[in-house]
Design a protein around this ligand. Structure first.
Ligand SMILES: NC(=O)c1ccc[n+]([C@@H]2O[C@H](COP(=O)([O-])OP(=O)(O)OC[C@H]3O[C@@H](n4cnc5c(N)ncnc54)[C@H](O)[C@@H]3O)[C@@H](O)[C@H]2O)c1
Length: 449
């Protein structure tokens, strides 16, 4: 991968020592600094600014957001010259900027990533990669053409704990994994996000037309805007792409797969009375070559998800079950592994007791606790730029994980079991479903090619 990184003087002792820690396994020039711009300084953008500010090899160079309040807040976290633009295109004109971090609503990800790549920037793009499958593919192609580093914000890829868990699964520590269950649970009952009217007033100076961008124009509603756009399909894929894509990314990574063979989904807005478009209850089931994977979204109950609360993914293997979150994992070993199951008979009731008691523990019960992974993911992006290396979550992987999540929504909309050809990225048994792999951009915006 070829990248051109501007060389700039980088002097403080603290910064140099921290860089040594980061570069322990990588070799790159001593006086580099990556000049970074931010597109989207809201909830996630703010967390990313903090994470990148803790990375001495970067210098915050520019900020873009549609909100004056968020821009002002972000400027407060910077020192020195900051190029501040409401229009991200003007930010991309800054020739000294090496890379951009994009944390805007999902419907903006494709255009902004592709334009940033065309402007010669490396890109850290938040998950989910895109709003549609066709956008994701166009983004991959743009990245391949630009030969720049693109890190997708599936941050578990940079978590030591997740890496150890994935390595154990790959090594067969929990045996053959035939079932994975992923949970997003959050009790939003009964009011959910509320029911503001469509004519609620936009915050002062918010350019709603720009927010909507390439999506179909809808009247301003405070729920369609900051943070809550996640509950509306024009701007997001809902919880299956918000959280589900993160889980599916870990599943792909651990099982060494990148696409389901088929997918089905059931669910709906069953009890919550707000103006959301997405379901409050959803079950998506995927068939992978050797594993059934499910994503469960329960927005009406949160006490019980995985059997071990606090985890969101459960890998069920022939030798053990692994429960995992972004910073912990626990393995519960199987005891019946390899023991033949007797036929139950009234003549000898001890056979079953012997079977239950005779199992050997095949793997250790293990528990790991770790730290949050975001800093390592942002540092990995910077290190990849400086070392001209592939980052931990390359765009093709991010696209495949996002695609699996997006297919869940298409299956729900079509009420059908969809068969997926990952090579052509087409549904093979339902022609109409393919129309949902893409949408028509609102003029003057053009679908990126
Ligand atoms: N990796 C994670 O764990 C994680 C966590 C939270 C959010 N995210 C992702 O980050 C993205 C942003 O989510 P959020 O929670 O920060 O939402 P948010 O609404 O708080 O922030 C989005 C920001 O983008 C700005 N924006 C919108 N259109 C823009 C444009 N054309 N140019 C410049 N700025 C524009 C908005 O003004 C807003 O400040 C989403 O894709 C979300 O899925 C990822």
């Amino acid at each position: 991968m070829k990248s051109k990184v501007s060389r700039r003087t980088f002097t403080t002792a603290a910064a140099v020592s921290s860089m040594s820690a980061l570069s322990a396994s990588r070799v790159y020039g001593a006086n580099n600094k990556v000049l970074l711009g931010f597109i989207g300084c809201g909830n996630r953008g703010d967390q990313l600014i903090d994470a990148f500010n803790a990375t001495p090899e970067i210098l915050l160079r520019g900020l873009s957001d549609l909100s004056d309040a968020y821009l002002k807040h972000a400027i407060g976290k910077t020192t020195g010259f900051i190029n501040t633009k409401k229009d991200y295109r003007e930010l991309l004109e800054d020739k000294d900027m090496d890379a951009v971090v994009i944390a805007t609503p999902d419907h903006w990800h494709a255009l902004q990533t592709i334009e940033a790549l065309q402007a010669g920037k490396h890109v850290y793009i938040e998950k989910p990669l895109s709003l549609t499958v066709a956008e994701g593919r166009a983004m991959v192609e743009a990245a391949n053409k630009a030969k720049k580093v693109v890190q997708v914000g599936f941050h578990r890829r940079s978590s030591n704990v997740c890496k150890e868990a994935v390595d154990m699964i790959k090594k067969g520590e929990i045996g053959d994994v035939t079932m994975v269950r992923c949970f997003h649970t959050q009790n939003e009952y009964p009011l959910g996000i509320g029911n503001p009217t469509d004519d609620s007033k936009p915050p002062e100076k918010l350019d709603w037309d720009k927010w909507v961008g390439p999506a179909a124009m809808k009247p301003y509603n405070e729920n369609r805007a900051f943070y809550r756009f996640r509950w509306f399909y024009d701007f997001s894929g809902g919880q299956v792409t918000n959280s589900g894509a993160q889980y599916l990314d870990l599943v792909h990574w651990a099982l060494g797969v990148n696409a389901p063979l088929s997918v089905a989904a059931l669910g709906g807005k069953l009890v919550i009375k707000d103006n959301r478009e997405i379901p409050d209850t959803l079950e998506v089931i995927y068939q992978y070559p050797n594993t059934v994977v499910s994503f469960t979204q329960v927005s009406t109950n949160s006490a019980a998800g995985c059997a071990i609360p606090g985890n969101d993914i459960e890998f069920r293997g022939t030798k053990g079950t692994m429960y995992i979150s972004n910073k912990n994992f626990t393995i519960i070993p199987e005891t019946q592994y390899g023991v033949p199951l007797p036929a139950q008979t009234p003549l000898d009731r001890t056979l079953m007791q012997k079977y239950r008691g005779s199992g050997k523990v095949q793997s250790r019960g293990i528990q790991r606790n770790g730290n949050t992974d975001l800093h390592w993911h942002t540092r990995n992006f910077v290190a990849a730029i400086l070392a001209d290396k592939t980052p931990n979550c390359p765009i093709e992987d991010g696209h495949r994980s996002t695609t699996a999540a997006l297919l869940g929504n298409i299956a729900l909309k079509k009420k059908a079991l969809l068969e997926w050809d990952a090579k052509t990225e087409q549904v093979t048994n339902h022609k109409d479903a393919n129309a949902l792999l893409k949408y028509d951009y609102r003029p003057p915006y053009k679908f990126p090619v």
